[in-house]
Design a protein. Sequence first.
Length: 190
Amino acid sequence: MSLCILIPALVGLLSGILGYLLGKMNSKGGENNASLSLQSDLDACRANSKSLMAKIESLDNDLKVAKASASTNIQSFAKSVETVSAGIATIPYNADLAFSILGKKWKQDDLKIVEGIGPKIEELYHNAGITTWKELSETAVEKSQAILDEAGERFSVHNPATWAKQAELAYQGKWQELKDWQDTLDGGKE
């Protein structure tokens, strides 16, 4: 009877050992499959990373182009519109338009455009720190008269009552209004 018990015990033991060995072999094969799966995931991440880096580089280039374009647009805008200290935009000086209406070429901020101001009076204003149409347009008649009076009798006879308004029209680029008004003035006087 002992043989009857021994044979099934041996078969069970051999089956257990065989099962254990087969299980070990399958688990090593599973590690290889997992390793291959992880490697393919890593390769996919590297490819995705390269793609993203290329997109970042492309966006950086687009940003550089946009900045350059914006800078050019800002410079162009700044040249075409002059902003005054009060924050009011003015019409930029157009020498050709001024010439077509006034019949004479004028440089921007040439104070002689004002009827009644010649080279000597312009020099007086420049010495007083008034060098632009805007500055002359903001100068009170009393200050203009004081500048003339300080220069002597030769200049004090001039009447600067219309000069600030004429300078304002020039500063604003209102050439036709300036011409029409100057046509009615006599030596800068109404």
